[in-house]
Design a protein around this ligand. Structure first.
Ligand SMILES: [Zn+2]
Length: 145
């Protein structure tokens, strides 16, 4: 039978316990800034992701449940919106400036779009999670009430 030490004993084992007093009150700009920086929206001190897009379920610093904020399809929508609005003007400018074949333009544009999308997606997902934290959107709305 495994032995689970009480929470008070974990402090002496060198493991720091999350401190809920480090959480700030929800604010839209704070949530967006912390999310885009890929940190916990509640405290801004711990990493939000454990991998490329895997959200750490519980903040190591403040103990906030970061997995409760949905970002399912909205983060890719935001990413596609940003990439298209950032890249399309350059495509038009390149088309008007240089005489490139259509095949070369497509061959150049697709990898650039792909890399820009993959680069922006974690920041967009963090921003969406920060937005959800700020406005109080959770997967289970009855859990916080
Ligand atoms: Zn936190």
């Amino acid at each position: 039978m495994p032995f689970d030490p009480p929470a008070s004993d974990l402090r002496f084992a060198g493991v720091s316990m999350p401190d809920a007093s480090l959480r700030s009150s929800p604010n839209l700009l704070t949530g967006l800034r912390r999310g885009i920086c890929r940190t916990c929206p509640a405290c801004g001190q711990a990493r939000l992701f454990g991998g490329y897009l895997a959200v750490l379920p519980v903040c190591a610093v403040c103990g906030n449940d970061n997995e409760q904020y949905p970002s399912d399809d909205f983060a890719p929508y935001v990413t596609i919106f940003l990439v298209l609005h950032l890249m399309v003007p350059f495509l038009f400018l390149a088309d008007r400036t240089w005489a490139m074949s259509a095949l070369f333009e497509v061959g150049l544009a697709i990898p650039v779009f792909l890399l820009a999308t993959l680069a922006l997606l974690p920041f967009a997902k963090g921003g969406v999670i920060g937005f959800a934290w700020a406005v109080g959107v959770t997967r289970n709305p009855t859990a916080n009430s």
